[in-house]
Design a protein around this ligand. Structure first.
Ligand code: HEC
Length: 125
């Protein structure tokens, strides 16, 4: 009986350590970008921060107005931090730690550094 428990505990512990080892900062940043504690960035900023139309509506004069999440591939860490902590326009505010914000930032920089169609953008990271 006791032995069985011990094996189970060792197994659980080992699999937990395993999980910690194998999730990289990049993956964590990617996860936070796609599934943050709150509304995902993706519907408003696209899969990799390229920007996306959120909604369009007609104003009083009958003109179509497009509400768009901007391209944030070139954002700076301070702009990102400001926007996340305070919210911006229709964008909600988020409650991330500074470390998590850095991981989202690194995710955006890395994922775009590897995209060929983005080769004109200077990557300072
Ligand atoms: C509901 C849609 C929505 C969601 C969800 C959202 N944003 Fe935004 N975000 C916007 C809009 C719209 C703006 C532009 C606001 C303005 O300029 O008034 C913006 C602005 C920003 C900016 C500033 C851009 C600049 O150049 O100043 C950054 C950075 C940003 N968002 C990052 C994120 C990240 C990261 C997430 C997810 C954790 C996120 N946003 C979630 C809609 C959204």
């Amino acid at each position: 009986m006791y032995k069985k428990y011990k094996i189970l505990i060792v197994f659980l512990f080992a699999s937990m350590m395993h999980a910690e080892d194998f999730i990289t900062n990049f993956e964590y940043g990617q996860m936070l970008y796609h599934e943050p504690r709150g509304v995902s960035c993706v519907p408003c900023h696209g899969e990799t921060g390229e920007g996306r139309d959120i909604a369009s509506y007609k104003n009083k004069r009958g003109e179509t107005v497009v509400l768009r999440g901007p391209d944030i591939r070139d954002t700076t860490l301070s702009k990102l931090t400001q926007s996340l902590k305070n919210g911006k326009g229709v964008m909600p505010r988020y409650f991330f730690t500074n470390k998590e914000i850095k991981m989202i930032y690194s995710y955006l920089k890395k994922v775009n550094a590897t995209e060929e169609n983005n080769s004109t953008k200077g990557e300072e990271q």
